[in-house]
Design a protein around this ligand. Structure first.
Ligand code: ADP
Ligand code: ZN
Ligand code: ZN
Length: 679
């Protein structure tokens, strides 16, 4: 009799596929198909895997081959294109195939519970039956937008398009009308079509989702992000996989969704660091999206006011087409005036200079909103004792415990350790412990004292811990029930606040002197982003002009000059030149091997051994060094940077090197990151 074996990709660190014997329940039962899911015994547990091949012979000794427990028959198989996408990601990021494929699927599908799928399909029907908000007509495009939409819509085959548009230039409108154009064309041709829209922040999905629903009443929309409950996640994933959803809106994880009719990909704020996954499969959603577009021969739009240097360079060299939107779309809306406040001259009280206080007052008088941006949450980054020099070090990390006053806690932002705030100094007993520095909570407190009448709202990761609370907070701002908004980068991105005419940046200087060569690029993007929140509705009669005030001790710094000039192109040109001279990305390709151990020496020794495992002509392997944040949760961490001017050469080396590393037994935990963003 002819036996059937399934080759399965399973979620394990072992870099191999696994053979299982499939035995039909009935004689006439057709064998499973590639791309279906199978439930199998693995060690002492049961697990689900993706069938990547169906064969009639196995090299595994027969007594070792176990039997498949069940095959998910009710799920149409994952497509060959999806399997190739995962294969590419596994190869490129040097991960076992199963560790790419399986985690990309909703948990409920992997768990092997048969009921949940049925329920999800029912929910799907309900989802589509939901009433839409009042429809909103498409905006009339301005010349720049029209040119952009046309260029994208007529692009034949694979076409990467960098949409470089200043904040408020109406990129969203371009996305929506391009999507509409493609979907209509497909419909006219009687073909199914899907559009994938990626956004960097989970908090930006509701705003865009609402826009999409209002614009396309009745059009099935799926959202994919980590904020969905498992049941919802399954429902939305299925809507995408079954081809029922025409628009799929999501954060980075959506790039790995199964999208059988994908015809267009849009990546909003393509430069955003959150497109890079920082654990497990450390992929760049932007890069995978571009790969997907090439695979499918479809257009991909990369939108940003401050593109990544990688994308900008591709546009300069002609690999990407660039379309610029120089002006704000709303009539009367101009980019805000950006000015600096020299903190050496205008000394801040409660972290806010008198110039900025004056500007806030002017907003309060006219009923306009102010946004104060400070990228540091908590009350103060450290608590200290003046008498003996004690500081609130985290006992488990090379970091301070951050003072969280409303929560009455010291909290480590790296290992999540929490302690009660000590009443007196743990070493000398001094009862007068001082908070040093300033986070959003302290700014909020200061503002409440300065402007007791004002409605002040803080939005950061702490204030929005509960599900739904971020949305509620943003709604409050949009309703106009807030005068002064204090927040971290959470409020800097994407939001279209209509009454906001003032942005104050409280303390951006630290990023100027970071060891990370990308810090300047990031700061620039962040400042342009947050500045872009001001004056989006255009100047109102008798209202204040839109302004951005940046408090700094380094007013001469060229980065601030570029921000004041709103001149991304000049800034990027300067950075690219520096990078080329210094041999840094995008002129160099990098990978980072990280190691973790109880003792730092152990981690460093492992990295030294790793460096010596193979000959590596043409590849630079740097010295192992401790990571900047060396200890986290009692684990010492070190890293090894690998560089090469040729991407294929680096890839070839990494492939062999990973094999050697996996074979080398060690107690040290290690991980590899290709194209690292945090070095
Ligand atoms: P971006 O994403 O480029 O920062 P948005 O897409 O949020 O900008 O658009 C900013 C504002 O401009 C929104 O309020 C939007 O409704 C408006 N807008 C977009 N296109 C037009 C247009 N052609 N005419 C008038 N207003 C427009
Ligand atoms: Zn003390
Ligand atoms: Zn800690």
């Amino acid at each position: 009799m002819n036996s059937t074996f399934l080759k399965l990709a399973l979620d394990t660190p072992l870099d191999q596929v696994f053979d299982y014997r499939w035995v039909p329940e009935r004689e006439d039962e057709a064998p499973p198909e590639i791309g279906q899911l199978a439930l199998v015994p693995f060690g002492r547990r049961e697990t689900s895997g993706v069938i990547i091949d169906v064969v009639h012979q196995s090299d595994v000794p027969p007594e070792k081959v176990k039997e498949v427990l069940a095959v998910r028959r009710n799920l149409p198989p994952l497509s060959g294109q999806w399997l190739s996408l995962c294969r590419f990601a596994a190869d490129y990021y040097q991960r076992p195939l199963g560790e790419v494929m399986v985690p990309a699927l909703p948990k409920n599908l992997r768990a092997g519970t048969p009921v949940s799928l049925e329920r999800a399909l029912k929910r799907l029907a309900k989802l589509h039956a939901a009433p839409d908000p009042t429809p909103v007509a498409a905006q009339e495009l301005n010349a720049g937008q029209r040119q952009a939409v046309e260029a994208i819509a007529v692009a034949p085959g694979f076409a990467p398009i960098l949409l470089h548009g200043v904040t408020g230039s109406g990129k969203t409108e371009v996305y929506l009308q391009t999507a509409a154009c493609l979907l209509q064309r497909a419909q006219a041709a009687g073909q199914p079509a899907q559009v994938l829209i990626l956004v960097p922040e989970i908090n930006l999905t509701p705003q865009l989702e609402q826009n999409i629903r209002a614009r396309f009443p009745g059009l099935p929309l799926a959202t994919l992000h980590s904020g969905l409950a498992e049941g919802e996640r399954l429902t939305h994933w299925l809507a995408a996989h079954l081809g029922q959803a025409s628009i799929i809106l999501g954060t980075r994880l959506a790039v790995l969704a199964s999208l059988p009719h994908l015809k267009l990909i849009i990546i909003d704020e393509e430069h955003d660091p959150s497109y890079k996954q920082q654990e497990g499969l450390r992929y760049s959603a932007r890069d995978l999206a571009i790969w997907r577009a090439r695979q499918l021969d479809i257009p991909v739009v990369l939108g940003s006011a401050t593109p990544s240097l990688e994308s900008w360079q591709h546009a300069q060299s002609g690999r990407y087409r660039r379309i610029d939107l120089h002006e704000r779309a709303v009539r009367n809306a101009v980019l805000p005036t950006v000015r600096l406040i020299d903190m050496e001259r205008d000394k801040p009280s409660e972290g806010i200079t008198s110039t900025l206080i004056g500007a806030i007052k002017a907003r309060l008088e006219k009923g306009e909103q102010t946004l104060l941006f400070l990228n540091r949450r908590g009350y103060a980054p450290v608590l200290s004792c003046d008498a003996c020099g004690w500081v609130s070090n985290c006992p488990r990390c090379t970091a301070f415990m951050v003072l969280h006053k409303p929560e009455h806690r010291l909290r480590c932002h790296h290992c999540s350790l929490e302690q009660r705030i000590p009443r007196s100094c743990p070493t000398c007993g001094n009862v007068d412990l001082q908070p040093m520095g300033r986070g959003t909570q302290r700014v909020e407190e200061g503002l409440q004292q300065m402007f007791p009448q004002a409605r002040i709202l803080r939005i950061d990761a702490d204030s929005t811990r509960l599900k739904g609370s971020a949305q509620a907070a943003f709604d409050t701002v949009h309703r106009g029930d807030v005068d002064i908004l204090v927040g971290t980068q959470m409020v800097a991105k994407g939001h279209d606040f209509q009454r906001l005419t003032l942005v104050g940046v409280l303390n951006p200087d630290t990023a100027l002197f970071s060891h990370d060569y990308r810090a300047g690029e990031r700061l620039f993007a962040q400042l342009m982003q947050v500045a872009g929140r001001a004056g989006r509705a255009g100047q109102q009669d008798g209202g204040n002009p839109s302004e951005v005030w940046i408090q700094t001790r380094y007013p001469q710094h060229p980065l601030y000059g570029a921000v004041m000039a709103h001149d991304y192109a000049r800034f990027a040109a300067g950075l690219l030149e520096e990078r080329e001279q210094a041999g840094l990305p995008p002129y160099m390709h990098q990978a980072l091997l990280r190691a973790e151990a109880r003792e730092l020496q152990e981690a460093l020794d492992f990295l030294s051994t790793a460096a010596g495992l193979m000959d590596h002509p043409g590849i630079t392997i740097n010295e192992p060094i401790p990571m900047t944040l060396t200890r986290v949760a009692n684990t010492e961490r070190a890293q090894l940077l690998i560089e090469c001017v040729s991407r294929p050469a680096l890839q070839a080396f990494l492939r062999e090197w990973m094999k050697a590393l996996r074979a080398a037994r060690t107690r040290v935990r290690w991980s590899l990151e290709v194209d690292p963003v945090d070095i």
